[in-house]
Design a protein around this ligand. Sequence first.
Ligand SMILES: *Cc1c(COP(=O)(O)O)cnc(C)c1O
Length: 389
Amino acid sequence: MNINKNYENLEQSYLFSTIAHKVNDFVAKNPDKKVIRLGIGDVTLPLCKAVTDALHKAVDEMGVQSTFRGYGPEQGYDFLREKVQKYYQNRNVELDLDEIFISDGAKSDLGNILDLFDKDNTVLVPDPVYPVYVDTNIMAGRKVIFANANEENNFLPTVDKDINADIIYICSPNNPTGAVYNKAQLVEWIRYALERKAAILFDAAYECFVSDENLPRSIYEIEGAKECAIEFCSLSKTAGFTGTRCGYTIVPRSLGKLNKMWLRRQTTKFNGVPYIVQRGAEAVFSEEGQKEIKENINYYKDNAKIISDTLNRCNIWHVGGKHSPYIWLKCPNNMNSWEFFDYLLNNAQIVGTPGAGFGRNGEGYFRLTSFGSRENTIEAMQRFEKLFN
Ligand SMILES: *Cc1c(COP(=O)(O)O)cnc(C)c1O
């Protein structure tokens, strides 16, 4: 046998292991100091009551002969797909049920969708970005090129007509920068994709954090998107499902063969999300569930505002925070990402994530997240302000 040599082209990521190593080292040398972690990329608030009630009920059903369920539909139960359909309808996006596919999260689907595309496609990925887009394509041996996100474009790469891309990744609101595209900017990307017959893979994992009604939460809010875009969404950040696992992917029928190909791919390689989890996910879309998840999202957003307000008072350039749990800041005093990491850890015992770990354009920038507790966020920002204001 021959192994898939493409794996040898993956860059080793030492980002999170280096952070852990440095923090452990600091804690061992300074056992009396309280370290506050604002580098977390995971939710911390628990599942809401509507969800846990639904999960309990579904567990009980599974233990009773008359309500027990075995294999379900690979693309998800209709009771959940109908809720997703209605969720889109609320934003005037009409989807047919067979365009909605329930999954165990966005990360798997973002990787699995590549089964549908030829290896010879060129892939355009923003830099900096969520590392999954790059690595899944490298594993398949595809050519990856980058769209530069930087201070000039407020970390929202714009269309470059001279670049030939067949598959385009867009993540809005973005991880790690928190930057979010407006409708006019997405119109440009859609126009480019339609002209080139390229596909847009739109990652909407943070759509719930968008609070401005004029900003798009789904790419399908923009005309022409159904002819070129696949959308990935997840309940991970929306409803605290990072450990529970449920998401959904929209493959419009107007994309031609791709809709049927994805169904074929899923029915062949995937056996569906657990019934119990789908009942929990269904509850997210109930009136009670929506109210409860909004409280959690607002908690994170209030943390983000505390961080952003502090940075404003310190005159530190940043994006994100308003429609995202992430704040992306320019390291003060021309420090590079890792210098700033060490400086913050040693002088304020705050842990963040060096921007350099997310791509070349991340150098000199830094990510803070609002997933910490209110108390810790306030304390961290007081320490921060003492250093920089
Ligand atoms: C967290 C996150 C996801 C969600 O992944 P799941 O597999 O659904 O947990 C997707 N995209 C981005 C950019 C993320 O940060």
